[in-house]
Design a protein around this ligand. Structure first.
Ligand code: IDP
Ligand code: MG
Length: 162
């Protein structure tokens, strides 16, 4: 694949990353964004946003039968979140590794949750668990026109296009 097609393709994998209300309140926004930025993914969308209960329920609809679902949707709507779309080959799985295990006490040091959180119910960040869910969640949280098409000057230094 040429660099051109990598840039222009709509098929480059995208993941939805969200700093949860505890991450915002604890002043971890810059720290968390920085991890994805430094890794080398491309930021396609970013906003601070207070979401509705309906949106939180739709986002987590696969968990609607779990006992913690009401607490989870209360948590996600308890303050503003930071919504992000990040792009790159393998971005979904790699972002999950950067984020670490759901329970921060089990998350490896060096991961966001491993370094910055102690409880599953306050684990500071969300990341899509599959490319399909990446698409679904980005479409859910961002409106048409909120994502930017742009090329980073770093891309040629991050990718070998031979
Ligand atoms: P993930 O965020 O690592 O993908 P999921 O199993 O998809 O984990 O759960 C979504 C979110 O629901 C978690 O990040 C966490 O905030 C919350 N959650 C999951 N399990 C529990 C639990 O047992 N108690 C309280 N909250 C939970
Ligand atoms: Mg999940």
């Amino acid at each position: 694949r040429t660099l051109f097609s990598l840039h222009k393709s709509q098929e480059v994998e995208q993941t939805y990353i969200m700093i949860k209300p505890d991450g915002v309140q604890r002043g971890l926004v810059g720290e968390i964004i920085s991890r994805f930025e430094k890794k080398g993914f491309l930021l396609k969308g970013l906003k601070l946003f207070q979401c509705s209960k309906d949106l939180a329920q739709e986002h987590y609809k696969d968990l609607k039968d779990k006992p913690f679902f009401p607490k989870l949707t209360d948590y996600i709507t308890s303050g503003p979140v930071v919504c992000m779309a990040w792009e790159g080959d393998g971005a979904v799985a790699s972002a999950r590794k950067l984020i670490g295990a759901t329970n921060p006490l089990q998350a490896e040091p060096g991961t966001i949750r491993g370094d910055l959180a102690v409880q599953t119910g306050r684990n500071v960040v969300h990341g899509s668990d599959s490319p399909d869910n990446g698409k679904r969640e980005i479409a859910l949280w961002f409106k048409e026109g909120e994502l930017c098409q742009w090329e980073s000057v770093q891309t040629p230094w991050l990718t070998d296009t031979d």
